[in-house]
Design a protein around this ligand. Structure first.
Ligand code: SF4
Length: 588
């Protein structure tokens, strides 16, 4: 047993209060210190936390950013999501392999660099992009790669990479269209003061009047969610902010966290007041680790200003604080019950429901999990009133919506639009008018054809968490859908067979069709398989994993038809001929 490793593990475990619930932080810190989490280290962590080693391994093996094998001193994670590949990530990958001298998925013999692929890192407006030791490297061109690798070898994995080629760390927000709700100026503390001037019930009533619906895509009324949690029995309650926007092509939370973090923390604090919670937890996706230190500073400032901590805004009975929990690269943790598991230090496997988080959430206590944008809207509603909020959007989709537009358009970025805006208007805003299709809501959403560009972004028509991807006229649409399917196959947590095995089989059939080898009967098999995966999967990931197929089958049937080959002719079975050999042998 390595004594020095044990000392490192002991110090880290003590730093987190020997709390098994902080296993994500502990694993991250150990990985960062030792370069990997070996079997021996797993045992040491388990012993220090009073867990079984299987429980620790369960967590460590689940997350993409933890590794049980030794990684290089520098880890380059190149994003290979659909938009990144559309923008040239494959060529960038080749350049990295040449410059580093090893293929992706491996480490240089001297242990200096590991090359890995990663799913969407929230930089589709800066594609191709990569994380280098957690630092964002954006707009990478193949010609930049050699300089970048030389900089990394010299130890410049941080800001100095900038001169090596890409735009490191200081990621441009690309906020193309600020709107009245999220991105208009706000006086710090105004929403909290407006909240504490009312009773918690009145706060929830105001939200109810605003008809605010959750911005994650499902659109559950926020007031109802808060009310359930407030009324649920429990010794404590929790406000959880889901800042794990993993839907490929979504990056609007990144811009809120950069441009308006105070508004978000204000919303969480208002939620804490309304529900009687003393603790808020922000689950920040591991890909956004580079934002962590700035966010911690914002929180510290708010504590000094009396906007967090004890007796907030002078209210003696109102204490509330916020802790940020980093994720570690798992798309499924965007699903709220998987997120709760991860917050508790476990693998991010979705829970069975009921019970719902409002009754039994974080640590088995009433919890409200809200999207970043929803919490920002809640703060604004308290500050400016439900009537003001309802002036924006449509009757059933009040307020504004942030959309992240990327792909084949000249002005990728974040736009705050009124609900009810058409796809056509979005294409005009982003200069992508010649699109052959628009993917609304990421891979789990819908692929919209030009005949439907008059449809609107709204809960009553096309709901979206925020991802809008434009596919230009030259794009191989089915190839993009294939990559979306690969993403779901990769991200399945493996708990249930329809999702785990079904996505693999669907991908094989889809490959066959896209490669021009599939027949009409393969196509029929694929359709029924999609239906089975949708209806039999346990959580939203599996239930929507085949949407890239089902949403293109109707509108883009010509693309499929053009690749199908004829079924091989069925040769009738000739019994007499089949028995002839036997007759001959037996001399009949
Ligand atoms: Fe896991 Fe997929 Fe089943 Fe969801 S549907 S629980 S992601 S295997």
């Amino acid at each position: 047993m390595s004594e020095s490793n044990l000392a490192v593990v002991t110090e880290i475990v003590e730093r987190y209060g020997s709390d098994p619930g902080r296993l994500m932080d502990i694993a991250r810190a150990v990985q960062s210190e030792l370069g990997h989490i070996s079997e021996e280290t797993t045992g040491q962590i388990a012993e220090a936390l009073g867990l079984h080693r299987v429980e620790v391994r369960d967590t460590v093996s689940f997350y993409a950013f933890f590794s049980e094998k030794q990684l290089g001193k520098n880890v380059i994670r190149l994003c290979n999501s659909v938009v990144e590949r559309m923008m040239g990530a494959d060529e960038v990958a080749k350049a990295f392999e040449e410059a580093v001298g090893v293929p992706f998925g491996s480490t240089t013999p001297d242990g200096s660099i590991t090359l890995e692929y990663t799913a969407c890192i929230g930089m589709s407006d800066h594609a191709p992009s990569a994380l280098v030791n957690g630092v964002v490297l954006s707009n990478i061109k193949p010609a930049d790669v050699e300089k970048i690798v030389n900089s990394i070898k010299k130890g410049d994995a941080g800001a100095k990479l900038h001169s090596g080629g890409g735009d490191a760390s200081d990621v441009d927000s690309n906020l193309r269209q600020p709107g009245p709700v999220i991105f208009s100026p706000m006086e710090k503390g105004s929403a909290i003061r407006a909240a504490v001037d009312r009773t918690p019930e009145e706060v929830i009533n105001e939200l109810n009047k605003s008809r605010l619906r959750g911005r994650g895509g499902a659109g559950f009324p926020t007031a109802m969610k808060w009310d359930f949690c407030r009324k649920a029995k429990g010794d404590a309650r929790y406000v959880v902010c889901n800042a794990d926007e993993g839907e490929p092509g979504t990056f609007k939370d990144r811009v809120i966290l950069t441009e308006a973090p105070d508004l978000l923390f204000e919303g969480m604090t208002v939620a804490g007041y309304a529900m009687g919670a003393k603790e808020g937890l922000m689950y920040l996706r591991g890909e956004y680790e580079y934002l962590l230190s700035d966010l911690e500073q914002v929180l510290a400032k708010r504590r000094r200003q009396g906007l967090l901590g004890e007796n907030i805004c002078g209210r003696e009975d109102f204490d509330f604080d916020i802790r940020i929990q980093l994720g570690a690269g798992a798309y499924v943790c965007g699903e709220e019950s998987a997120l709760l598991e991860s917050l508790e230090g476990k693998r991010g496997a979705p829970r069975d429901r009921p019970p719902f988080p409002a009754q039994k959430g974080y640590k088995g206590l009433p919890t409200s999990i809200n999207n970043v944008e929803s919490l920002c809207c809640a703060a604004r509603i308290l500050e400016k009133g439900a009537d003001w909020f309802r002036e924006h959007g449509t009757r059933d989709s009040t307020g504004t919506k942030l959309v992240s537009i990327s792909g084949d358009c000249e002005r990728p970025g974040v736009y705050e639009i009124e609900y009810g805006t058409t796809i056509e208007q979005l294409l005009i805003l982003s200069c992508g008018e010649d699109a052959q299709a628009v993917q609304v809501g990421g891979p789990s959403g819908k692929c919209v054809a030009p005949k439907d560009f008059g449809r609107t972004v709204s809960f009553e028509d096309l709901p979206t968490g925020g991802s809008i991807v434009v596919f230009g006229p030259e794009r191989d649409l089915l190839e993009c859908m294939r990559q979306y399917l690969e993403f779901f196959e990769e991200e399945s947590c493996g708990w249930c067979a329809p999702c785990r095995a079904g996505t693999s089989v669907a991908l094989k059939l889809f490959d066959k069709i896209v490669d021009g080898q599939g027949t009409a009967s393969d196509f029929e098999k694929l359709e029924s398989l999609c239906e089975a995966i949708k209806t039999m999967s346990r959580c939203g990931l599996g239930q929507t994993a085949t949407n890239p197929i089902t949403s293109t089958i109707g509108n883009f049937s010509r693309l499929y038809a053009s690749r199908l080959v004829e079924d091989a002719p069925v040769v009738p079975f000739d019994l007499d001929k089949a028995m002839a050999v036997g007759r001959e042998v037996r001399g009949m």
